[in-house]
Design a protein around this ligand. Structure first.
Ligand SMILES: *[C@@H]1O[C@H](CO)[C@@H](O)[C@H](O)[C@H]1NC(C)=O
Ligand SMILES: *[C@@H]1O[C@H](CO)[C@@H](O)[C@H](O)[C@H]1NC(C)=O
Ligand SMILES: *[C@@H]1O[C@H](CO)[C@@H](O)[C@H](O)[C@H]1NC(C)=O
Ligand SMILES: *[C@@H]1O[C@H](CO)[C@@H](O)[C@H](O)[C@H]1NC(C)=O
Length: 397
């Protein structure tokens, strides 16, 4: 009877997640919760990882009542006096033989309340879902994350609580095309899909605290969504050296439709140089991209160590050359061609945008034409009206 609620996707989901749940369970009076069997449990990785309590007066019904009050779908009694709840069964638990659950309940010795590291599991037949589509966002999979290397670097704080709906809208509102939910209550955004290892959907098994009918990732696992209407980064690492050319969105009536751009040194003090992207040529002969940072290379100065600095909208992309440069800042990525799509050359993007570059004559540098990201009014170096919108294609070295 409980199982009539399980249909289609839910059933497939259940089969994948719960595996050996018994279908011929003995009905209890505490319907709609039904005994699923005796499952393994450990204190370090709980089979039911939600709310819990212990009581010297534990019964199956008092545990189910406690879990139901918190909205949980699963209730489990263990070690005579322990009660555990969750919205879904965590992957750590597996069905074991009934004989391992052999301890009487502390509040009713005629009932069984699990065993030592074995939990008697009761379930109401309901599971949270993995929404496959939320607006223009599509589910992409479950990926690993770590505190030291965030798979999706930008965290969003959402006052109303993190759900698939609220997280994808927050990421979109901030210009991101990739959203990820973690640990039931975290929301992360990026402009590229994670490069961390992909996990089984089973690992993204924590219900959203703000909507316990859907899943929000897991412990160090991200449920990842991609905005199908947003162009996202193809890669943030490109070990093969490349050069760049600026292609006019609106080509001039005469003259070339594109112009090569280079990393050009504009300022040097003792042992430190700063460079920008410019149409003027310089000492650098190619670039590589590593984890979103650009490393300009020089064949004549192979010992130069140069890295990209954080991009400031309205300024030229800037680089620093020193003996011990900072780690290149991860704002850059490879994107498809904004005009020709996959038929055209790949392009450079900053923060997931490849359509905001311009060539601007720099009035403080004798009219030298420099690349500016997202030009602004009232910049001391250029006049906005003189800037020509371009996109930056990757060219061979
Ligand atoms: C034990 O729980 C039952 C209900 O589950 C209640 O009627 C009884 O008073 C409780 N006994 C103690 C000692 O708390
Ligand atoms: C103890 O559990 C049995 C079996 O579930 C039940 O029939 C009985 O009513 C319970 N006793 C009390 C005092 O709750
Ligand atoms: C909660 O999740 C369910 C399942 O994904 C969804 O249908 C519902 O709209 C969500 N509610 C809110 C308030 O986001
Ligand atoms: C303009 O030129 C100056 C001097 O070379 C340089 O520091 C600055 O970054 C350039 N500004 C822009 C917006 O191109």
């Amino acid at each position: 009877m409980v199982f009539t609620a399980l249909r289609g996707a839910t059933l497939v989901f259940l089969a994948a997640h719960v595996g050996a749940l018994q279908t011929n369970v003995e009905a209890r009076d505490a319907a709609p919760f039904a005994l699923q069997g005796c499952y393994t449990d450990t204190s370090t990785s709980r089979t039911l990882a939600g709310a819990s309590f212990t009581s010297s007066n534990m019964t199956v019904d008092s545990c189910i009542a406690f879990c139901t009050a918190g909205g949980a779908n699963f209730a489990g009694v263990e070690y005579s006096s322990e009660c555990y709840c969750d919205y879904a069964l965590q992957v750590s638990g597996t069905l074991s033989s009934a004989g391992n659950c052999d301890m009487p309940c502390s509040g009713n010795a005629t009932e069984v309340c699990g065993g030592a590291n074995f939990v008697d599991l009761y379930w109401n037949g309901v599971l949270p879902v993995v929404p496959q589509q939320v607006g223009s966002w599509e589910y992409n999979g479950c990926f690993s994350d770590s505190v030291s290397t965030r798979a999706l670097p930008h965290e969003e704080t959402i006052p109303g609580g993190v759900t698939v709906e609220s997280c994808t809208s927050a990421c979109k509102a901030n210009g991101f095309g990739v959203a990820g939910l973690e640990y039931g209550l975290e929301c992360w955004c990026s402009n590229s899909l994670p490069t961390s290892s992909s996990s089984s959907d089973n690992d993204c098994h924590t219900a959203c605290a703000a909507n316990t009918t859907e899943f929000c990732g897991g412990l160090s696992k991200l449920s990842v969504y991609e905005d199908s209407t947003d162009e996202i980064c193809l890669a943030t690492t490109m070990a093969t050296g490349f050069n760049l050319a600026a292609v006019y969105f609106t080509p001039p009536t005469t003259g070339p439709t594109s112009v090569p751009v280079h990393v050009t040194i504009v300022n040097t003090v003792t042992l430190v140089s700063w460079s920008i992207l410019s149409t003027a040529s310089g000492v650098f002969t190619s670039e590589v991209l590593t984890n979103g940072g650009i490393l300009p290379m020089s064949t004549s100065q192979p010992n130069f160590r140069t890295t990209s600095l954080a991009v400031i909208p309205g300024d030229s992309p800037t680089f620093v050359t020193t003996e011990f440069p900072p780690t290149a800042v991860g704002d850059y990525c490879i994107m498809s061609n904004p005009v020709l799509g996959s038929a055209g050359s790949e392009t450079l993007g900053i923060n997931g945008r490849n359509d905001l570059f311009a060539l601007c004559p720099n009035s403080t540098a004798g009219g030298r034409v420099d690349v500016v990201f997202n030009p602004i009014p009232n910049n001391p170096h250029y006049t906005l009206a003189n800037c020509q919108p371009v996109y930056l294609i990757l060219t061979d070295v």
